[in-house]
Design a protein around this ligand. Structure first.
Ligand code: FE2
Length: 234
């Protein structure tokens, strides 16, 4: 995390942000590490596991411990090797997804008053093109946040057809999990907002609208612009 726990007030109380990072996020990472360790597997990029986790073939014995920094062998649908065990796939989806989601979430924010307060560069142009205006994008995002039932995440997503879309996912699902999200909401995350109660109830009660209103003030538009630039260049 690139800022102090108190740096995102009043959107997040310092104690709430500390607990979120040191307890919730850390727990997800521990759970994922433990499950991979039990299977004698190491991964260089958790993100690489998410898109087709059910179809990943278990690496051969020699390849089961890949050096850190190298991506996991994405061996989709290998005819002779078994897929990963179901309990591990479940942990990858929940804890791995949670780890990736929170990592994007922390990067989607910066202290209020530091940096741009609106989308800029190519991202601003794309938002205007796909939503009509930044104001409409914010309205669509708010409607999605308020309509979402239960725990989950709200996203600005860059789809494979090169358009932007607002979506929400349940629990710890990520838009890159193409087997678990509707096709029209699948893609690469540009911004993430945590809709789990542990993220906002301590600071805002159950008022998601107030949470979102204060979140806009700490959105890291530089990060979003970079994410868009990378996603749209590949
Ligand atoms: Fe969270």
């Amino acid at each position: 995390m690139a800022y102090d726990y108190g740096a995102l007030q009043p959107c997040f109380k310092a104690a709430c942000l500390r607990r979120h990072y040191e307890t919730h996020h850390a727990h997800l990472l521990r759970e994922l590490s433990q499950a991979l360790k039990e299977q004698d597997l190491t991964v260089g990029s958790v993100q690489c596991l998410l898109p087709g986790m059910e179809r990943l073939a278990r690496p051969s014995r020699q390849a089961s411990s890949l050096p850190l920094g190298r991506p996991f062998r994405l061996d989709l649908g290998h005819p002779t090797r078994p897929s990963l065990p179901d309990p591990l796939v479940r942990v990858i989806r929940e804890a791995g997804g949670g780890h990736v989601n929170h990592t994007i979430f922390w990067r989607s924010m910066r202290p209020a008053g530091r940096g741009a307060t609106e989308p800029h560069a190519e991202l601003a142009r794309a938002i205007r093109e796909d939503f009509g205006s930044v104001r409409t994008f914010r309205r669509v995002f708010k409607e999605a946040v308020l309509a979402h039932q239960g725990s989950g995440w709200a996203w600005l997503v860059y789809r494979q057809d090169r358009s932007l879309v607002v979506s929400t996912t349940a629990n710890e699902d990520n838009p890159c999990m193409q087997d678990h999200v509707p096709w029209h909401q699948a893609g690469r995350p540009i911004l993430a907002l945590d809709l789990w109660e542990h993220s906002y109830c301590e600071t805002h009660g159950d008022d998601r609208e107030r949470y979102l209103d204060s979140w806009w003030k700490v959105v890291n538009w530089e990060y979003a612009a970079r994410s868009y630039q990378i996603a749209s260049a590949t």
